[in-house]
Write a protein that binds this ligand. Structure first.
Ligand SMILES: Cc1cc2nc3c(=O)[nH]c(=O)nc-3n(C[C@H](O)[C@H](O)[C@H](O)COP(=O)(O)OP(=O)(O)OC[C@H]3O[C@@H](n4cnc5c(N)ncnc54)[C@H](O)[C@@H]3O)c2cc1C
Length: 406
């Protein structure tokens, strides 16, 4: 595949750039982004503007509120919008946009698509993903949250954990057990849960970074209407896997864009910070690490393009999406360590210090990036997937290879 943009694509990029410059002028007072409420408000207002201008849901059908556009247009819009995350809340609903939307678009009923896709695209609904449980993370098929069909409802009881954004979400993609008497992969179902239903109790979990982005979700006799089932009852495992594949492939391009901005931030810092009177950038070890990070960012970007072209051709991404997730999660940890190396003794100073560097961003990122190799599938599990499902290695051999590495 040729990944260069043709003249029409470049014309479209100019149009998007011009719209962004007009809609979000640089000299306008910055949006308030202090609290989570501020960020949600910023996200909703930015997303609504994108929706009204036809820049939300680029590849979705117009009848669901999309643009009916192409993959290339989607990539261009994502690239141009990337800098607006920190200032305008763009990307806050990554779970909704990257997972709920694509899953509903490919697996949802017509009624579900019409009900949910326009409200996702215009910023009304924020989504969360209720998969993991205290005893079901890597072994997701062992989910035990129970859903029992009673008339036109499912009655759901159980507990989810690490549910990112549950405290701000309107809906949840919920993986539940509908049949406990069959092999574990065969008794799961996939429900769409309104987070305001009686019996849904969301509790914040405090993280290493001192913030609370994810939650425990307790479900006590929650009645979910039966028309909120995606696909067939007991066939939810396939849909859950599709969700995770979308999570990984969309993650590659979004993270490649976001981390490229972080890379330039590190590069600028390496030019500014001096050690023994010379810019740190002149240090050969630092230069090597910067070059290596840039190379891996390019690998991530083109791997993301490869995954997206697979989506365009086949509708859903394959297990190759795991490769990019391994690259970005480990790269992000190394990039934040490199930034701390450049800061030298100042790297002990957090955001609240008056003499910190780069507003304590790298101290926060260093701590937050620890979760990157766990969320969306741990690095070990993803290596198993690449070994078994991409390279076709026998299961035992992949495990043996993993043991050898550690
Ligand atoms: C920041 C963050 C956000 C998250 N957001 C969400 C969310 O929104 N929704 C959601 O449902 N979940 C979410 N999670 C949960 C995440 O998906 C799980 O933490 C992850 O799948 C690992 O599961 P676990 O924590 O139960 O660890 P475990 O599965 O208990 O694994 C523990 C360790 O054992 C290793 N291990 C386990 N099995 C194997 C094996 N077969 N071979 C080799 N090694 C193995 C793992 O790699 C890991 O190192 C989030 C997690 C984080 C950190």
């Amino acid at each position: 595949m040729d990944y260069r943009f043709n003249p029409e694509d470049e014309e479209f990029r100019k149009e998007v750039k011009a719209w962004l410059a007009k809609t979000f002028p640089e000299d306008e007072a910055p949006l308030k982004m202090e609290t989570i409420e501020d960020r949600v408000n910023a996200y909703r207002s930015t997303q609504k503007k994108l929706f009204d201008a036809g820049y939300a849901g680029i590849r979705y059908d117009k009848k669901y509120g999309g643009r009916g556009g192409t993959m290339i247009e989607e990539i261009i819009v994502a690239e141009e919008l990337a800098p607006y995350g920190a200032t305008h809340g763009y990307g806050l609903n990554a779970i909704g946009m990257g997972m709920a939307g694509p899953v509903l678009n490919t697996q949802g009923t017509e009624e579900q698509k019409l009900q949910f896709l326009p409200k996702l695209l215009d910023g009304t609904h924020i989504w969360c993903q209720g998969f993991s449980e205290p005893n079901s993370g890597s072994d997701l098929a062992s989910v035990s949250t129970r859903a029992v069909r009673e008339g036109d409802h499912y009655v759901v009881n159980g507990q989810k954990i690490w549910t990112s954004s549950a405290h701000i979400a309107d809906y949840c993609m919920l993986l539940v057990r509908t049949n406990p008497d069959v092999p574990k992969h065969k008794g799961l179902s996939y429900l769409l849960m309104d987070m305001t239903l009686p019996g849904v109790d969301v509790r914040l979990v405090k993280q290493l970074t001192d913030e609370s982005e994810f939650c425990e979700v307790f479900l006590d006799d929650v009645k979910i209407p039966a028309n909120m089932l995606v696909g067939e009852e007991d066939k939810g495992w396939g849909i859950a896997l599709t969700t995770l594949m979308f999570e990984r492939v969309m993650g590659d391009l979004n993270t490649a864009n976001a981390f490229m901005r972080e890379f330039h931030r590190i590069l600028e810092m390496a030019k500014d910070v001096k050690r023994s009177g010379k810019p740190v950038l002149e240090n050969a070890m630092i230069r090597q690490k910067l070059a290596q990070a840039y190379i891996e960012l390019m690998v991530l970007k083109y791997n993301g393009f490869r995954g997206l072209s697979e989506v365009v051709q086949g509708g859903v991404p394959g297990p190759q999406g795991s490769i990019g997730k391994i690259i970005w999660s480990e790269l992000h940890q190394r990039m934040s360590e490199l930034a701390l190396d450049i800061e030298g003794p100042y790297n002990q100073l957090m955001k609240d210090s008056a003499i910190n560097m780069d507003d304590g961003f790298w101290q926060y990122t260093f701590l937050r990036a620890k979760g990157n190799t766990i969320e969306a599938g741990s690095a070990e599990i993803l290596r198993n997937i690449v070994g078994e499902r991409v390279l076709g290695l026998p299961k035992d051999m992949a495990r043996a290879a993993l043991k050898e590495r550690s």
